[in-house]
Design a protein. Structure first.
Length: 137
């Protein structure tokens, strides 16, 4: 699999969630399963089935987080020279032109690719000269 860019803060956030799920949530779920087992017949035990489902969801999320950490390529955004370009982890303002509502957000790789596709499509509607500017994004 391909490495995924991530900020130092983003990686730390993932590690904190992983630790919380392994050290706190996992033992709570195991205790809930044990408690539910003690109530007898497992076929009709809704508490047991709910705890097992929660365990499965937690373990799936743990795997996702571990994969994210394994594929992480930490990018120090303070060392990236942007030259007035929108790049990974840039803070951007998106404005709805009809309502003039503004949203401040960080631009991550997936968003950058979607933005590029939208702009490429719009360039076809506007003028061919815009295509060269969009390819630089």
């Amino acid at each position: 699999m391909e490495k995924q860019p991530i900020t130092v803060q983003g990686l730390e956030k993932i590690k904190l969630e992983l630790d919380e799920r392994k050290q706190v949530l996992r033992p709570k779920i195991v205790a809930a399963i044990s408690e539910a087992r003690s109530h007898g017949d497992l076929k009709e035990n809704a508490e047991y089935h709910a705890a097992k489902e929660e365990q499965g969801l937690n373990e799936k999320r743990i795997q996702e987080l571990e994969t994210s950490i394994a594929l992480a390529e930490v990018i120090d955004i303070t060392k990236i020279k942007a030259d007035d370009k929108v790049i990974f982890a840039s803070t951007i303002i998106v404005q709805d032109l009809e309502t003039e509502k503004k949203i401040l957000t960080k631009l991550w790789e997936e968003m950058r690719l979607m933005l590029k596709m939208v702009l490429f499509f719009l360039a076809h509607l506007w003028e061919k000269d815009s295509l060269e500017k969009i390819r630089e994004i």
